[in-house]
Design a binder for this molecule. Structure first.
Ligand SMILES: [Zn+2]
Length: 441
């Protein structure tokens, strides 16, 4: 080698050197294992479709869009496809085509219409290994608040209901194999029905189907729709199958209230990595700091609301310990909307899992949660709402011997009005029941 450098002008030596380099590069290329594309999952939301490819390793790829007909092409270099890919009845992707070419893989999505594409690689997280994520989205028109929405008097309070996890992120897996994401979606929808059945309250559904939404997007959707409360529904797992019961949590910016709360928040906060979110840019980090500063005000209301729900839930479920805790949950970090996270039970416990899948239990549970939410709003009504106009915080606690008409007479209000604001269909009363008194006769 030394000789060679010294006599670099010697033509024979020069040729040998080039030959060696070529041979070395050739060996290098052959020794790098081709990444395998092992399969694909597709999740579709109202405004986007996400395709996730499982890879054996990080791979080089190119993605480009073509028109007439609209399609997206993904070329993976030095890769092999080891399974067949198919898509059925998807509202965004008409068909998927693929080919293995020597060292490369080409995948083509034929689209129903032109969509915006975005793609990124994810490192292993949760049960997943390396992944390539392709997001196809419809341009969403920015939400413009109308004057009517802002100044409307006697409006309904808006309760944002967020079904935890979804799509690529199954959440916890139950003792009998149920996925937390499916259980939370059912409970969230049942709760929305209960909320909508009440006077003066309206539900806003954050996740409508089986797809993932990142933590920040969840509470931002609530803010965009001027929500008065944000409720995230969960049903997690624990190491021990004996652990059971329900809990209500709110945000803590300092430490967690218990080891269990800390552990739970850490496990929930991993969802973004599992669900498929790219590392946030600097702008996001900066705005996160501003968010932290303004959260304190909402925290006091979160506390009241969560306590009210906690009281109501106690009537139908066993609580886990005190059933109330605080920890640093990312999904609760809305700067100005009071927020809570409800653990409806532990699906790692066979009995809790069975109950959470039982429609009768779900009805009982969501009736109580809706009641707790309603009680909170009657105690702390947001201004310009129907509830604020009706209640003004006056209430009557039912004593032994009370009748509805006696109570109405005593407070100079009509029987119909008292029934209407308390959402009662019959005249039956329970001792200890709280009745809100109408503002007008
Ligand atoms: Zn969860």
């Amino acid at each position: 080698m030394l000789n060679c450098i010294k006599s670099v002008l010697n033509p024979f030596c020069f040729v040998m050197k080039r030959l060696k380099t070529t041979l070395f590069l050739l060996l290098c290329a052959l020794s790098v294992d081709a990444a395998t594309v092992k399969g694909m999952r597709v999740w579709t939301g109202p405004d986007h479709t996400r395709a996730v490819f499982d890879l054996s390793d990080a791979a080089d790829y190119k993605l480009f869009e073509l028109d007439n007909p609209p399609r997206v092409v993904i070329d993976l270099d030095n890769a092999q496809l080891t399974s067949s890919l198919a898509i059925k009845n998807n509202k965004d992707i008409k068909k998927v085509r693929f080919s293995n070419k020597k060292q490369d893989v080409r995948i083509v999505f034929d689209l129903h219409e032109k969509l915006k594409s975005k793609s990124f690689l994810l490192k292993p997280a949760g049960e997943y290994g390396h992944r390539l994520v392709v997001d196809l989205s419809h341009e969403v028109e920015p939400q413009v608040k109308t004057v009517e929405q802002v100044t409307q008097a006697n409006r309904d309070v808006i309760v944002a209901i967020d079904a935890g996890h979804g799509g690529e992120d199954p959440g916890a897996i139950g003792a009998a194999g149920s996925h937390e994401k499916d259980i939370t979606l059912k409970i969230a929808n049942a709760l929305a029905e209960k909320i909508n059945a009440q006077n003066g309250m309206k539900a806003l559904i954050i996740r409508e189907g089986d797809y993932y939404i990142k933590h920040r997007k969840r509470f931002e959707k609530a803010r965009q729709h001027n929500a008065d409360l944000f409720v995230s529904i969960h049903a997690d797992a624990f190491h021990s199958r004996d652990v059971n019961g329900a809990s209500v949590y709110i945000l803590s910016q300092r430490g967690a209230s218990s080891e269990a709360a800390k552990w739970l928040a850490a496990s929930e906060n991993k969802s973004d990595q599992i669900g498929g979110v790219v590392i946030e840019d600097k702008q996001d980090v900066l705005s996160q700091v501003l968010y932290d500063l303004s959260q304190n005000a909402a925290l006091e209301e979160s506390h009241k609301a969560a306590r009210s729900v906690h009281e109501a839930m106690k009537k139908v479920v066993k609580l886990h310990g005190q059933g109330f805790g605080q920890a640093n949950f990312l999904v609760l970090k809305s700067p100005d909307v009071p927020s809570m996270l409800i653990e409806t039970g532990y699906i790692s416990n066979p009995n809790d899992e069975k109950k959470l899948k039982d429609p009768n239990h779900v009805t009982k549970l969501t009736t109580q949660i809706a009641d707790g939410i309603r009680n909170y709003f009657f105690q702390s009504p947001p201004p310009n709402t129907w509830i604020a106009a009706q209640a003004k915080g006056k209430k009557h606690v039912v004593q032994s011997g009370d009748t509805l008409s006696d109570i109405a007479n005593k407070h100079g209000v009509s029987l119909a009005a008292i029934k209407s604001i308390n959402n009662k269909s019959s005249n039956q009363l329970l001792i200890g029941e709280v009745l809100y008194l109408p503002n007008q006769p």
